[in-house]
Design a protein around this ligand. Structure first.
Ligand SMILES: [Fe+2]
Ligand SMILES: [Fe+2]
Length: 277
């Protein structure tokens, strides 16, 4: 069952948190559906693991031919691996950074993306959806080179993609964060490794401080709810060293250790995402 993040008479935002099998193989991921009157958009609908449930969730609100967009923050497998199925079962347009426009046809059968892609320039923009708009907010290098977040001015939700994520179960992801300090350990390792640099984070923070945000909802883990938590998150991320800030010549040595293909190193997800020493 999706979680209702927002609803009024003609506009609603739903979040699916538990569609990916929790056997430890695939990272927990959230998928989103925005409904506006008799149309809507899916955001980062994911791969085959999530497709059926998100599709069925959409059918409760409008028929598949009314889906306006598949909004993709970037081109990772947990974002749009099931693109072929979405383009086959609906008439929706894929909205994605121009950086990825010519790469996404690799997700589909030949010719399927023809005339079905809105290729977005780096500056982003405001995209009509039903009676309202979705704003495509630049979030390049957070982590992907061509990356957008999606701001819904009606619900005042910022769908933040891979920024603001936490490593949780599907059940934990369904509970909005109200105490930032205790939540931080679930976020820190991921952001230190996956975000590209502090310069980018600072540029992003100074942009989003101008937005009126009720909730930041990431693509993994739990939403950040309310002015206090959001402001604590912005203060933290603005000062975070990450990505290339933390890498030096020690990370670029010709390897000498042998990888044993039988006894494979299989670190649990959280361990691999710990802060480097
Ligand atoms: Fe990603
Ligand atoms: Fe992701």
């Amino acid at each position: 069952m999706p979680i209702e993040l927002y609803r009024d008479r003609n506009h609603a935002c739903y979040m699916f948190t538990d569609l990916v099998d929790e056997d430890g193989q695939a990272v927990q991921a959230n998928q989103f559906l925005i409904v506006d009157d008799d149309t809507g958009a899916v955001i980062d609908p994911g791969g085959n693991l999530a497709y059926n449930e998100v599709y069925m969730g959409m059918l409760k609100h409008f028929p598949p031919q009314k889906l306006s967009y598949v909004l993709a923050s970037h081109a990772d497998p947990d974002i749009i691996a099931a693109l072929d199925r979405w383009l086959s079962s609906t008439k929706a347009l894929l909205v994605i950074s121009r950086v990825w426009e010519r790469f996404v046809p690799h997700f589909t059968k030949a010719g399927k993306t023809e005339n079905r892609v809105i290729s977005v320039a780096d500056a982003g923009g405001r995209l009509p959806l039903g009676r309202h708009e979705i704003w495509l907010i630049p979030a390049h290098f957070m982590h992907s080179e061509g990356n957008f977040q999606f701001y819904d001015p009606v619900s005042r939700i910022l769908f933040s993609g891979d920024l603001g994520v936490s490593m949780t179960t599907g059940a934990q992801a369904a509970r909005p964060v109200t105490d930032f300090k205790s939540h931080l350990p679930l976020m820190e390792g991921f952001h230190r490794r996956y975000m590209v640099s502090n310069k980018i984070l600072r540029l992003w923070v100074s942009m989003v401080r101008r937005l009126d945000i009720a909730m930041i909802v990431p693509q993994h883990g739990a939403p950040l709810l309310g002015a206090k938590v959001i402001s604590e998150f912005l203060d933290w991320i603005e000062n975070l060293s990450c990505g290339i800030d933390l890498f030096d010549e020690r990370a670029y040595q010709v390897p000498t250790a042998t990888i044993d293909p039988v006894v494979r190193p299989s670190l649990p997800m959280l361990q691999t995402l710990r802060k480097p020493n």
